[in-house]
Design a protein around this ligand. Sequence first.
Ligand code: PAF
Length: 277
Amino acid sequence: MKVFRTVAEARGYRASVPSLALVPTMGAFHEGHLALMRVARESSPHVAVSLFVNPLQFGPSEDFTSYPRQEERDLSLAEEAGVEAVFVPSGDEIVGEGETEVRVLSVSQGYEGDVRPIHFTGVATIVLKLFSILAPTHAVFGLKDLQQCAVVRRLVKDLFLPIELVFLETVREPSGLAMSSRNAYLSDQDRERASTLVETLRWAAAEARREGAWTSQTYKEALMKIEAAGLVPDYIDAVDPWTMRPVQRVSDSTRLVAAARLGAVRLLDNIPVRNSA
Ligand code: PAF
C-alpha cells in the first residue's frame, strides 16, 4: 500500500490510475470505516483513503486536540481492507492560510448546523480540496453523519463534480450503538446508556410507521426516554434526508435524526423510518 503525504505525490498517483474510489476519513478506524473501504472496492479496483483530522470542522470548544490519532494502526487496517493508497496530508499544505471557504447553505442549517455552526463549512471546504486533489470517480461516505452526506451531495450537484457518491448504512455495535471514533471516550457503563439513543429512535420509528406521521406525542415521549437514561437530548426529529427539512407525513425516504450528550461526549444517530425494525 502506498502512503502519500504531499499534494504532488497524491496527484502523481491519481494520474496513474483510470478510476479511483475515495473514502475520506479522519482516522481512528473502526468497523464502520472498514465497511466503507470494502464497499469502495466494488466501485473501483483502485481505492484511496484520506486520513486527516480536519481542524476547520471543529469549533473552539470541541475535541480537535484530543481527537483519537493512531496513524500506524490505521495504515495497517487500511492495508488489510485492500486499500491501494492512503493520503495523509499535512495541515500546512491542505489548509494553507485558510483563505478560501466553501459554504453549502440550507442543508447545513438546523440540527448539527445549529449546534456546530462552523462544522459543515469546514467539512465542505476540506472535502472539496480532497476531491480537487484526488479527482475521484467515486466517493464513499457513511450515513451515520446524515447531514454531512446531504451537504456533500449538494456540493457535488451544485459544482457539477463528476463524482458518483455512495452512501452506506451505519455499522453498529451488538448493543445497537452506532460505531464512531468518539465511542473511545465512553466507559463500558456509558456505552450501555448510549445505546438508549438508537433504542429510542427504533421505538419512535415504529410509532411513526403506525401513525404514518411524526407526531408531537412521539416527539415528547422520545425526549423523555432519552432523558430518563441520563442523556441530554439536543434534538430528535423526522427529516427528508437530502434537504434536511423536517417532515410530518412519513414516506419511504424519511429518516429520524437524533443527537444527545452523555457527559462530555456527543452522540449522533439516525435511522430510516421504514425498514428499521
Ligand atoms: O466524516 C469524516 O470523517 C469527516 O467529516 C470528513 C468527511 C473526512 C471531512 O473531514
